[in-house]
Design a protein around this ligand. Structure first.
Ligand SMILES: *Cc1c(COP(=O)(O)O)cnc(C)c1O
Length: 361
């Protein structure tokens, strides 16, 4: 099976072997307060710092999902007001989760082709500003949010990097909270998320002092300084994370490969599919400055998209459906590190068959 689904996505093939090793090593039954488990947690955290170049003074926690981090943000890091700046479905969902918990939520929507630099920012004093680095639903990304940082100097900046962390380099110092679940660029089975906090974020958690919930950030933090967790964790997920990370090159190297692959995909489409908005296939996002490197959204006429999806299915290749309003006019291709060049070749071959049919007709 070949999958380009943007989450849950392809896991590294070596996971098969590590699953067996975990079983034989007895990892699946170890006590979560044992030294062995603490060592495992420590190894995984050290590898995250090392491989993803996360600053040493930023703390790392294992959470069950990105969705749970949305709630932790609202419960433990927001006193009164959170501002959500988004252009797609995941950013919008985050705002909806915050609205159930946070007294005041401001939504600021921008267009997928728009860059943050041109936004007019409300004259508020939010505790937290929430941004989605890579919007998985439409294939856009943001890199430069300096205008936001300048406008709200006291606010914490929280970044959902679920579909980009471990795929591209992230400028950790430019935000206070970062998070991602592991079923996207980490190439692992779903069920765990990584949350990264700056010293400023941690100080804010202590100032707020939330201890009402099992997943209050302070409880989580107190456990993690001992390399323990706030509940019995999925030890297998921690094990797989450590094993798979150990094999990875530094993130700068991964980034180069992912970038080159993205450029190659766009070049391929331009060459074979006549990148125009009236025929063939073209990137949904035309503004290269905001186009995602890790989730490519390809648009075309609904009849062509339907025909393609059918072909992919026959060939045993899964791609991502279009999201929401783009359901019938786009499909999405994950450009995640676990996807091999052979997988990409197979998908390109299927696309080329369509291209011949199109142009013969
Ligand atoms: C997939 C995704 C999520 C949700 O992740 P879960 O692990 O299901 O909670 C959140 N944000 C973005 C940007 C995503 O791509």
């Amino acid at each position: 099976m070949i999958t380009f689904y943007p989450g849950p996505s392809k896991v590294y093939p070596v996971v098969e072997q590590y699953l067996q090793e975990a079983f034989h090593e007895g990892v699946l039954s170890i006590n979560h307060r044992s030294q062995a488990c603490m060592n495992l947690t420590r190894t995984a955290i050290d590898l995250l710092h090392e491989k993803l170049a996360i600053p040493q003074d930023y703390t790392i926690y294992f959470i069950s999902s990105a969705t749970e981090v949305w709630e932790i943000m609202a419960q433990s890091l927001t006193q009164q007001h959170s501002l959500h700046i988004y252009n797609g479905a995941f950013g919008e969902k985050w705002a909806a989760y915050a609205e159930r918990i946070v007294p005041q939520v401001t939504r600021l929507r921008f267009e997928p082709e728009e860059s943050l630099a041109t936004l007019s920012l409300p004259n508020h004093t939010p505790d937290v500003v929430c941004l989605t680095q890579n919007e998985t639903s439409n294939g856009t990304q943001v890199h430069d949010w300096s205008v936001i940082a300048q406008q709200y100097p006291d606010a914490l900046l929280a970044i959902d990097a679920t579909s980009s962390m471990a795929g591209i380099t992230l400028d950790w110092q430019k935000a206070d909270v970062w998070f991602a679940s592991v079923q996207k660029c980490f190439g692992l089975p779903a069920g765990m998320a990584i949350m990264v906090c700056s010293p400023k974020a941690l100080a804010r958690a202590f100032a707020i002092g939330d201890r009402k919930y099992y997943n209050s950030l302070l409880f989580i933090h107190e456990n993690f300084i001992k390399f323990q967790t706030h509940y019995t964790p999925n030890v297998l997920a921690i094990y797989l994370l450590a094993k798979v990370l150990a094999l990875q090159p530094p993130i700068a190297t991964v980034h180069q490969r992912i970038k080159a692959q993205a450029n190659d995909w766009y070049g391929f489409l331009a060459e074979h599919f006549n990148l125009s908005k009236t025929e063939g296939l073209y990137p949904l996002i035309q503004n290269k400055a905001v186009r995602s490197d890790t989730v490519l959204t390809i648009a075309g006429e609904p009849a062509l998209i339907a025909q393609l999806k059918q072909r992919f299915q026959v060939a045993g290749i899964t791609v991502g459906n279009g999201y929401g309003a783009w359901k019938d006019t786009t499909f999405r291709i994950a450009n995640f590190p676990a996807i091999s060049s052979d997988d990409i070749l197979a998908l390109k071959e299927e696309l080329l068959k369509i291209s011949y049919i199109q142009y013969e007709l």
